[in-house]
Structure formats: C-alpha cells, structure tokens
Write a protein that binds this ligand. Structure first.
Ligand SMILES: [Zn+2]
Length: 282
C-alpha cells in the first residue's frame, strides 16, 4: 500500500483556478469520486489532505472508505490574516479567533491542524521565500492550543530559520521544508517530528520551461543534500507529493515522489507510519 502524506484532492495538477471554480458553488461530488478512484487505482491506501476552503477534503473523507482509502484532513488550513494560506484556508487575527477556527474544523471532522508558518517560494525570483513568517510566542501558543484540543500540527514551512522555529514550537511535521540547512537535522532529531519534503512540487517543474530550470534545480539540490543526511541520521521522512499542485497529478504525483525519494536512497516507510500514527483524531 502506498501513502500520500500531503495532497489536495480539490486540485488537479493542471489549473488551480479551474479546480477552485469547480467547487465554488458547491462540491462537485462526481469529481471527488473520480479523483478518489484515481487515487485508489494507484494503490494508495492512505491520503493525508492539506485542506481547502470549500470543504472538499472533508467530503472526500466521508466517502473515502468506498475506495479503501484511510483519509485524513484538517478540513482547511489555518493561517494568520495577511499571511500565506488563503489558497486553501481560513484566516485568524488573534489566538481567540484561532481557537474558534480549529473548534470549527473539529466540528467538521478535522483529524489534525494545518498551520502555515512561512510563505511559498517565488519561482520567478530565485526561489525566494515570500511573505511574513508566523513564529515566536504566537506560533508556540497556536501549537499549544491545537495540542490541547487533541490535534497534531502539520506545518507548511520553508527556509532554515523558519523550519527551526516551527520545530522549536512543537509542530509534528514539516511540510516542504525547502531551503533547509544542515542544522535543521538536530531540531528534527530532538523533537521527533516528521519531514514531508514534497520534492516533486519542485522537481517536476525543472524542465517545464515555465520557470528557470536553473532555479528549480538549485532549490531541489539544496533540499536533496540535507534530506539525504537527515535520512542517514534517522529523521523520519514521509512521502507526500503535494498532488494537486501544478504538474503534480493525483495518483501519478504520489508515484513520482516515491521515485524521487528512491533515487535519493530514502525509504519513507518509517515516516509514513509516523504520519498515520500521529495525524489522527484522538
Ligand atoms: Zn500543499
């Protein structure tokens, strides 16, 4: 059985705009059934969604059993207003609002909390990390509130210092983790957190011509070097492709990620089991 530890069932790897339009006026149930059928046809029995703003992943969770898929979802991403996350999430201004938001997710069937710590990478600008960073006491507080509600925390984060801040705050998994440095490994080992590198979210874009191949290769190489060492030193690394993102198709993306990890000599089994164990409703 394969694991997809970071996907967005709402999206199709082709057009974000069209994917959102499909469900904006109400969930397109036939589409979600078809997507889950594709997932199952690829031998994927576990799917951890990163959430979306139209309740599509929450609906997918309800019907995933029909396809033999153990489905986990945060329902939506929680992000601080003005920070990255509006593509797939809901925003909060302060900790009181944050708490209310995750209680709402809980009522809608959430299995865990997904937080955004830093922004996405600007592929048109050398892979620069965009936007402000949610960190410090507020991030620690958000993790504490989540844990208090029985939730593990999945953190979208890029950049060495941001990854360290997230791990220090106690998140359970680092998603993406592009632009790491060698020191992040100690933080992973001290906290026992899982790394879900979503390599193909960058790797699949290397030769598309849409962005500089050089930039994409540099981002991938910088992550690959640290990942290989992290794996050698015992950090649990899980396979999640960010399927739904551009050039990362449902099902195929999972296979692509497994191939890239295998190319680095990484067996994600330990990481995948850790994700399945920790990211569930208590
Ligand atoms: Zn994602």
């Amino acid at each position: 059985m394969k694991y997809e530890c970071h996907g967005h069932i709402i999206a199709d790897g082709v057009s974000y705009q069209e994917a959102m339009a499909r469900h904006k006026g109400g969930i397109d149930a036939a589409y979600v059934h078809k997507a889950l059928k594709t997932v199952a046809a690829h031998g994927i029995g576990f799917y951890r969604d990163g959430g979306d703003k139209y309740m599509v992943s929450a609906f997918a969770k309800k019907i995933a059993g029909e396809y033999g898929v153990d489905y986990r979802t945060p329902v939506f991403i929680s992000h601080k207003a003005g920070y990255y996350g509006s593509m797939y999430g809901r925003s909060f201004e302060n900790m009181r609002e944050f708490h209310a938001l995750i209680l709402e997710a809980k009522a809608q069937g959430a299995d865990f909390v997904k937080l955004t710590v830093s922004g996405m990478l600007d592929f048109d600008d050398g892979g620069r990390i965009m936007g402000p960073v949610f960190s410090g006491p507020e991030l620690r507080e958000a993790v504490k509130i989540s844990n208090g509600e029985g939730f593990s925390v999945m953190a979208h984060v890029n950049g060495a210092d941001n990854i360290k801040a997230a791990l220090e705050a106690g998140v359970d998994s680092v998603e993406h983790g592009f632009w790491p440095d060698g020191d992040v490994i100690d933080y992973f080992l001290q906290t026992g957190a899982v790394w879900v590198p979503t390599c193909v979210a960058v790797y699949n874009l290397i030769d598309t011509g849409r962005y500089s191949g050089d930039t994409m290769r540099k981002i991938h190489e910088a992550q690959r070097r640290v990942l290989a060492e992290a794996y050698a030193r015992g950090v649990p690394i899980a396979s999640g492709s960010d399927c739904g993102a551009w050039m990362v198709r449902q099902g195929q993306g999972t296979d692509d990620e497994l191939a890239v990890l295998a190319g680095m000599g990484i067996d994600p089994e330990k990481g995948n089991r850790a994700v399945a164990e920790r990211f569930r409703r208590l």
